[in-house]
Design a binder for this molecule. Sequence first.
Ligand code: GLU
Length: 593
Amino acid sequence: MKYLLLVSTALLFTACKGVDAPPTADAVTIAKTPALQTGMVAAANPLATEAGLKVLREGGSAVDAAIAVQATLGLVEPQSSGLGGGAFMVVYDPKAAKVWAYDGREEAPSGASATMFQDPATGKPRGYFQRVGSGQSTGTPGAVVMLHAAHQDYGKLDWGPQFESSIALAEECFRVSPRLAGLIKRFGGYILKNDPDTRNYFFTENGEPLPEGFLRDNQPYANTLREIAKNPRALLEGDIAADIVEKISQEPFPGTLTVADMAAYQPRKAEALCTSYRGHAVCGAQPPASGGVAVQSILGTLENFDMAAAGNTAAGWHLFAEASFLAYADRDKYVADSQFVDVPVAEMLDKDYLKSRAELIKPDRNIKEVKAGNPVSFARGKDATPDNPGTSHFTVVDKDGLTVSMTTTIEGAFGSQRMVRGFLLNNELTDFSAVDKDADGVLIANRVAPRKRPRSSMAPHIVFAPDGELLFTTGSPGGNSIIAYTTKTIVGIIDWGLSPQEAIELPNVIARNGSLRMEAQNLRDAETSEINRGAGAKEFGMSEDIVSALEGLGHKVRRSGGEISGLHIIYRQDNGTLVGGADPRREGTAQKP
Ligand code: GLU
């Protein structure tokens, strides 16, 4: 029997004052899904995938497996996510036909201030890497307690056995992956060498960056996991919390996070943010994640065009780019932590509003100057938030159909590059705007405030078939490009009929803030990321014919020599079997138990 739910896009967790009722509620269909033959895990490292599969084999739920995946990623992919970071997790309950958004985003200390990243002498933000490596960049880590909240709702095993694989790997050594080795090398000359703990961990006795294949142990990490297995709040209370505070209080630019700030931290849970796209419910995370709103805003704009007919051609990518420019402009201006500022989510996703945005798009030329729209009348300053890609996305479905789509991060590569008890501390607070007001003196929504959570681009999603049953999960790392990477897969699967793997291997096209960047096969003039060069442009880049046609429409295309998406998808086929997709730009796998 099918259960039709009307899921309102209104936020459940907002402290909004003075905002009228949303103009229209968006009706989406979410139904129960029958049990499956088997589950699946897709994650950014084969050891992490295997840890999740082992838990599924032992009778654990998708949430139990997610705990094992996260604990292993923090060890084998420490540059991207871990115990010291935060996450957003979307969970579909196939028995209740409900979709939940868990928020384990880091939180600013009570001593944080809107101008803390500015140089008091000049009023200008301090240099980006100075902010990253400062004690001020670390917020209360929320990933573990968020997983614990989900475990209380959906765990089948006791809290504890999920950590066994990662404890064994940490004690018995794991092989440093090619990507980790490459990143240690790239960051060796930066701040990774300053902290004695990171220096000892990521470099050999001769001071060389750990090479690929090096057998690395991490006894402190195993010890920390044992503490967490006994007490899910072990990071936020007691000795470990005291060590975190001690590390953050060190120069340069000591932070103000206290043990009391950490003890006060609670993960949030709300109904997921859902809209419909061509009859499919599309459900993502709530603010302070901007990924849910922005992905759904691009889709809501594209719904006004026949994307299937436009196809994977210059015409299709032109529409994709224009809708992205418009949605990113709105996201940049309005999205922040909705417990601190009014975030007009319902207005931004209102179908009539998005139709008016779509009317700005012309098939034969690009929009010369894209501006944020006015879904509401209040003013917001022009955004000035940087975004430095690290992060990991993984997904698990168990045989009951319980589904997890989780994006997890310590922000930039190696976070704040300070290590405590075998794990890295996040630099998530650099996801706040580094200044509080724009050039006109208007306050920026994503400015720092005590106990506020910084805006994120993370966009874990679960998409449902028109009958409301589970169809697929998607999401990616990649800084603010996450929004573009993730939306590409939804368009690829729903509009262009691609398999998950084909959708992942579509060229990445990022249209934001006046720049149209895309993976291109022709690497003349190619740009590569300074921070974290990905692979894939040669294999999956846009053909030069399409690039030239887009240039003919007025787009100034920046050819990217490789993007750092790390998309992972699980897709439920008509016959109830699962297929997965893993992004070849990273090291992940998608497998069944
Ligand atoms: N810290 C970023 C965010 O939450 C993610 C960085 C990344 O994906 O690499 O949006």
